[in-house]
Ligand binder design. Sequence first.
Ligand code: COA
Ligand code: MG
Length: 292
Amino acid sequence: MRSLLFVPGDAERKLAKGLGSGADVLIVDLEDSVAASAKEAARATAASFIGSKDARAAATLFVRVNDFSTGLTDEDLAAIMPAKPAGIMLPKCSSGDDVMLLSTKLRVHEAQNDIEDGATLILPIITETAVGVLAGATYQSTTPRLAGLTWGAEDLSAAVGARATRDADGRYTELFRHARTITLLAASAAGAPAVDTVYPDFRNEAGFRADCEEAERDGFTAKMAIHPAQVPVINEVFTPSPEAVAEAERVVAAFKAAGDPGVLAIDGKMYDRPHLRLAERVLARASNTKSG
Ligand code: COA
Ligand code: MG
C-alpha cells in the first residue's frame, strides 16, 4: 500500500473516477467531506459502490466512518459492513482503546455478515485531537487489524486553535511537525506502516512532490491523496527506485556472504545491523508495493 485516495462517499462520479486513478486504496469518506444532511444517502451510495464487483477488482476499499463522539459510527458500520469493506478508517482516534472498541464492534458485524473474524482492517487517524497526539504510545499490542497509523493537521489546528499549519516558507509549524513525528514513532512502536497525511493544495505539483519525498525520506511508506492527480506522484515516490533496490540487495548479499556478522565494511564504509534492517525494509517494500 502506497497511495490512499479519499473520495466523498456521496459523489458517484468521483467514486467511479477513483477506480481509474491507480490508487492502491480508495477511502470512501462518510465523515468530513459529506454534509450532515447527506450522511444517510452517502452510506447507501458507499455501500453499493463497495459491494460492486468492478470496484472490488480495481482497488482495496476502505471506509472512513464518523468518529465515536458524533454518535454516527454505529449507523455507519451497520450500513457499510454488509458490503464487506477491506478496512475502516477511524478519525479523531483518541488512543489504542478506541481501536480496540472499533475492533470489538467489527467482530460483531463480521459474525453477522459472514466475514472472517478479524478480516476487516483498521486505519486510525491518531493526531486529530490533543489527547490523541499525547497517546501515541498506546497502539502497541492493540490488534493485528492495524493497517497502519496516520495523522491529520486540519482537525488538530481546530482543536488547538492554531491559525495555520505551515509557516511563511511552507514548512509545518512546530505543533504539526510534532504530530507528524509522533505518528512515525507510534507506527514504529506498533509495528505498523506510517501513512502520511493529505496535501490540500492539489494544484501545486512541485510542493506536493517535495512533501512526498520528505515523507518517504523520514519513514512514511504511504500517503493519502485528495485528488486523482496526486496518485501517480505518490506511487512513484513510495515505490523504491531500482537504484535503492540494487543498493539494498548489495547490503543484504554482503552480510550473507560474510556469514551474517554484526558489522562489516562495504567500499570503506561501516555497515552494522541497523543498516541491514533498513536494507531489508526496502526489499520488503519493493516486493510488496501494494499491500506492504
Ligand atoms: N476522487 C475521485 N475523483 C476525483 C476526486 C477524488 N478525490 N477529486 C476530483 N475528482 C475528479 C473530478 O470529479 C473531476 O472529474 P470530471 O472531470 O470527470 O468531472 C476530475 O477528477 C478533476 O477534478 P477537478 O476539477 O480538478 O477538481 P474538483 O474541483 O472537481 O474537486 C475537490 C476538488 C477538492 C473538491 C475534490 O478533489 C475532492 O472532492 N477531493 C476529496 C475530498 C475529500 O474526500 N476530503 C476528505 C479527506 S481530507
Ligand atoms: Mg477531518
